[in-house]
Design a protein around this ligand. Structure first.
Ligand code: ATP
Ligand code: MG
Length: 215
């Protein structure tokens, strides 16, 4: 018969990176949709360490963002959370995330890096550049308010990048934070457990010690 290695189906792992400050239903719908369309075995959510793209902004502590991500994904057997980015000192670069996930999992992985259209557009500015395309397939999901014409990514290798429309959800973490700060409800924009976690820790009210200023 065929040698074992060629018969074994590679494990199809999605990676959903994000600041997740807080995680919301836009993130969860995107991950769920990509998992279904690409036949993924699992999607691992990876909260960023220091998000260099957001330098100068206040960001909740890594541990709070990690725990909200765990709470939000707990009920889905296909969703997991990794600490590789929050446990690595320094800025988070996608090439490091991918390498650390490979090291953490071992085995024969086929990786699908899931990202919003806004982030995909600037993909070549990421450290790792072309090396990234040898490591993973990139799935750019549309989000409301982001025009994503095929020509915007025409400079990227077409066999390594797929665009996917997900059910439109006009939710952003920025809006979630602003709503809390102005006393508006978070209910139904994020999972119930995240609403409760935000309230319990006093996140986004400006009245807690849980935020750091990213240099
Ligand atoms: P912020 O408003 O603080 O920038 P965000 O809502 O964009 O937060 P991130 O943690 O920055 O959330 O996003 C992680 C990933 O999820 C990014 O690739 C982003 O493009 C994508 N994403 C964010 N919101 C949505 C949404 N509503 N639908 C689909 N993808 C989304
Ligand atoms: Mg964003």
């Amino acid at each position: 018969g065929l040698p074992r290695a060629s018969m074994a189906r590679r494990y199809r792992l999605g990676i959903m990176g994000g600041t997740f400050d807080p995680i919301h239903h836009g993130h969860l719908v995107a991950a769920s949709e990509v998992a279904a369309r690409f036949g993924l075995d699992e999607v691992v959510f990876v909260p960023t360490g220091v998000p260099w793209q957001k330098a100068g902004r206040r960001v909740s502590k890594s541990e709070d963002r990690y725990l909200m991500t765990v709470v939000a994904t707990a009920s889905n057997p296909q969703f997991t959370v990794s600490r590789v980015d929050i446990d690595r000192p320094g800025n988070t670069y996608t090439i490091d995330t991918i390498k650390d996930i490979r090291a953490e999992r071992g085995g024969n992985l086929e990786l699908f890096f899931i990202t919003g259209a806004d982030a995909l557009r600037s993909i070549l500015t990421w450290r790792g550049g072309d090396e990234l395309f040898g490591q993973a397939h990139f799935v750019g999901v549309t989000r409301p308010g982001v025009e994503m014409a095929r020509r915007d990514i025409s400079h990227l290798p077409s066999d390594k990048v797929t665009l996917l429309e997900v059910p439109a959800l006009a939710i952003s973490s920025t809006e979630c934070r602003e709503r809390v700060a102005s006393g508006l409800p978070l209910w139904y924009l994020v999972p119930d457990g995240v609403v409760q976690y935000v309230a319990k820790r006093g996140l986004y009210t400006g009245a807690n010690e849980s935020e750091i200023l990213v240099a």
